[in-house]
Design a protein around this ligand. Structure first.
Ligand code: XLS
Ligand code: NI
Ligand code: NI
Length: 436
């Protein structure tokens, strides 16, 4: 097959001192860290919508990207070429997975039937490419936010015909994901939220969204799709208020609608920061609640209040993420999906390759540092020690839930209770810096 990116070689590990911009400095796929290889830990994935469709357009200007398929005008030929390009590029970057929305990969249609037909054709193409390339599907999803019909959301639309169309679209997307051996299926709220309370029946919208997800869960079981269902939090953008604002909000929602055993979370770094949390907070919360499923690995800009979806480069952040992921026993069927786009002035194919390389290197370093922090043991031991009071005495009774307010009052009445031990934050920050 003729190469689409002849100037991009297969990327190899060359070590931290290499000057080669198209080489890994830290990501060494077969290097073992804590008993597993880097490749087994990190499970990288390429996001089709950004890497193949993204062109750098913003509200002030058109696309800047220069791509080998720029002269193709036939929509189906364009779709097939980009898919081939993605298989080639992921293979050259040694990225084992990809993710896509239904409408990213195949043109929409006048009707759902027509759109499904286009999608089926591309799915056939993907299956053929899977025979020639090692790239596999991490997750599929449905684009329920682009077409004008979705202006008020999909499952939370005030218009039942939009709800019905969305259900049909998701049914097909789950089928296709199963057909392609997808490991997970993602729900991101898109426009499931509202612009103003003046025209919104929030209770009905939330109940409809719960029912929509219950139907998706039931259908997934009915057709024997064994992948994990995931839901992705985001607090704002495109709508002013999105219902799935953060992991805590989703956790409550899943409980109310009886979905806690069926869905886990796909947590995105930039969405965490938009919600006013660190990504570590979001991963940690999901981990301790047993619902950490997968990660959309990117980063935001501390000075900008929107979803800039930049490639992840901040080692402090990747270390904190890998720390949580290691303590979670890994991501299981999930992975690190680069839901990230190039800056508008980075318009070349080399930029696209290098963006993935720096992201992979940043997570490789984060992994090594996080494993070293765990092996060193001082940090986890500090936390354990901080709560040790709950292992005996009155703390043991509280932990055993064998006391009442009356017992506790009696215990406390005549004791002088002063401040607990120092939190030692600055010392702990210095400890982390030792491993970076
Ligand atoms: C948008 C979301 C989206 C999901 C998939 O902000 O991150 O890309 O990951 O629909
Ligand atoms: Ni995302
Ligand atoms: Ni995002």
């Amino acid at each position: 097959m003729k190469e689409i990116f002849p100037d991009i070689p297969t990327i190899k590990f060359e070590g931290p001192d290499t000057k080669n911009p198209l080489a890994f400095r830290y990501y060494d796929a077969n290097r073992k860290v804590g008993g597993k290889t880097m490749a087994e830990h990190l499970r990288f994935s390429m996001a089709f919508w950004h890497s193949m469709n993204g062109g750098g357009a913003d509200p002030f200007g058109t696309t800047t990207a220069v791509r080998p398929w720029d002269s193709i005008t036939d929509p189906m030929e364009l779709a097939r070429t980009k898919m081939r390009a993605m298989f080639e590029l992921t293979t050259k970057l040694t990225i084992p997975y990809f993710c896509f929305h239904d409408r990213d990969v195949a043109p929409d249609g006048e009707t759902l039937r027509e759109a499904n037909k286009n999608l089926d054709e591309i799915v056939g193409e993907i299956k053929t490419l899977m025979k020639d390339y090692p790239t596999r599907l991490l997750w599929g999803t449905a684009r329920l936010f682009f077409h004008p019909r979705y202006m008020n959301g999909a499952a939370t639309s005030p218009d039942p015909s939009v709800f019905a169309y969305a259900a049909g679209q998701v049914k097909k997307a789950i089928e296709v994901t199963k057909d392609l051996g997808g490991l997970n299926y993602v729900f991101w709220g898109g426009r499931e939220g509202y612009e103003t309370m003046l025209n919104t029946d929030m209770k009905r919208e939330l109940d409809n969204m719960g029912f929509f997800l219950q139907m998706a869960r039931d259908y997934k079981k009915e057709i024997g799709f064994n992948g994990q269902l995931l839901i992705e939090p985001k607090p704002m953008e495109p709508t002013k208020h999105q219902y799935d604002s953060d992991t805590g909000a989703i956790w409550g929602f899943l409980q109310e609608y009886g979905l806690l055993d069926d869905l886990k979370l796909n947590i995105e770094t930039n969405h965490a920061t938009l919600a006013g949390h660190t990504i570590q907070h979001e991963l940690h919360f999901a981990r301790v609640k047993g619902i950490l499923g997968s990660v959309d690995a990117n980063q935001g800009d501390t000075l900008l209040g929107w979803d800039t979806d930049q490639f992840p480069t901040d080692l402090y952040v990747t270390t904190s993420m890998m720390y949580e992921i290691l303590l979670n026993g890994g991501l299981h069927s999930g992975g690190l999906n680069f839901d990230a786009k190039l800056r508008r002035p980075s318009y070349t194919v080399e930029d696209l390759a290098q963006a993935h390389i720096v992201g992979m290197d940043a997570f490789a370093r984060g992994l090594v540092a996080a494993q070293a922090i765990i092996d060193d043991g001082e940090l986890p031991e500090f936390i354990a020690e901080r709560y040790r009071g709950y292992e005996s005495g009155i703390g043991g009774k509280i932990a055993g839930r064998s006391v009442s307010f009356k017992d506790l009052e009696e215990w406390a009445l005549d004791r002088k209770i002063d401040r607990p031990a120092s939190g030692r934050q600055e010392y702990l920050e210095s400890l982390i810096n030792r491993f970076l």
